[in-house]
Design a protein around this ligand. Sequence first.
Ligand SMILES: NC(=O)c1ccc[n+]([C@@H]2O[C@H](COP(=O)([O-])OP(=O)(O)OC[C@H]3O[C@@H](n4cnc5c(N)ncnc54)[C@H](OP(=O)(O)O)[C@@H]3O)[C@@H](O)[C@H]2O)c1
Ligand SMILES: O=P(O)(O)OC[C@H](O)CO
Length: 305
Amino acid sequence: MQSLTILGGGAWGSALANLGGKKGDRVNLWSRSSSFNLESVITGADVVVSAVSMKGVGATVDRLLALELSPDTIIVTVTKGLDPASTRTPSQIWQNAFPNNSIVVLSGPNLSEEIQQGLPAATVAASLDLAAAKQVQNIYSSDIFRVYVNEDPLGTELGGTLKNVFAIAAGVCDGLQLGTNAKSALLTRALPEMIRVGVRLGARAETFYGLSGLGDLLATCNSPLSRNYRVGFGLAEGKSLEQILHELQSTAEGVNTTNVLIDLADRREIEIPVSRQVYRLLNGEITAEQAVLSLMERTLKPEIL
Ligand SMILES: NC(=O)c1ccc[n+]([C@@H]2O[C@H](COP(=O)([O-])OP(=O)(O)OC[C@H]3O[C@@H](n4cnc5c(N)ncnc54)[C@H](OP(=O)(O)O)[C@@H]3O)[C@@H](O)[C@H]2O)c1
Ligand SMILES: O=P(O)(O)OC[C@H](O)CO
């Protein structure tokens, strides 16, 4: 029996706590409002899963740094976001803070509401330490959750993070009722945009064709269960971003990710035309219709994949 501690009792943390308990492992779910203290559930944990949203990663890292976390504890991060100050990914932040611990990224097409209903899903446990990834694979694999492993944590993490920008665009596409052809074009062009960014940041291109890239792109861009999709849909309906986020009452990481991505792409001169229109829309510079028109009127070019 293994001891598993989940940090963050939001939608995904709660689902991961349920999934983690399927094999009889000891599972502790901790959040800021927990009555028990963090130290009691960190001590002796084989695996600690960080399921907080991007804005909580820094504070959670600091909390753990103040405690004695064993170097044998595997840290799993499931956050799909980018840090606005440093543009780093959550796994990079965790690895920097805990250089002696194995860091595993768990990411894939995993809409928490479907998983909470017991519907089947698959995901990827990725780490530079393959043994640690396999340990997480064994803990989480069940008859409703199939876990693959790979050794590209950055690519795995960036797939799940960047697809949120395109989920906003997909919500716009559906909200404006642009049709199946437009949606297909959007998703197909999104993938090379994700790969272009990922490869420049050091990820492997092929990772983006897997569950954590294309898989999560398809799931999130086609489901009203996705909060990022709902942001785009609401914008197409003419709602303000403030109103949409208020109604959502939950995390839509794509909003922050888009802003950080533009900052990063500007500094590194990476071409990200779809993301740029999402940025302009989120920041009130253009309407949803103008965003679509801008993409259609771009300079004609070969289809570069
Ligand atoms: N929901 C999904 O389907 C899903 C699937 C895969 C990955 N993810 C990713 O998982 C992450 C969490 O998503 P979620 O759906 O669970 O979001 P959520 O329901 O909105 O919950 C957010 C979580 O982050 C915690 N948090 C926020 N600010 C914090 C801070 N300053 N310090 C400590 N904790 C803080 C919250 O703690 P409190 O409860 O104490 O406020 C809560 O546990 C996101 O990056 C998301 O992209 C989500
Ligand atoms: O609700 P979203 O848009 O944060 O998407 C949830 C997951 O990332 C889907 O894999």
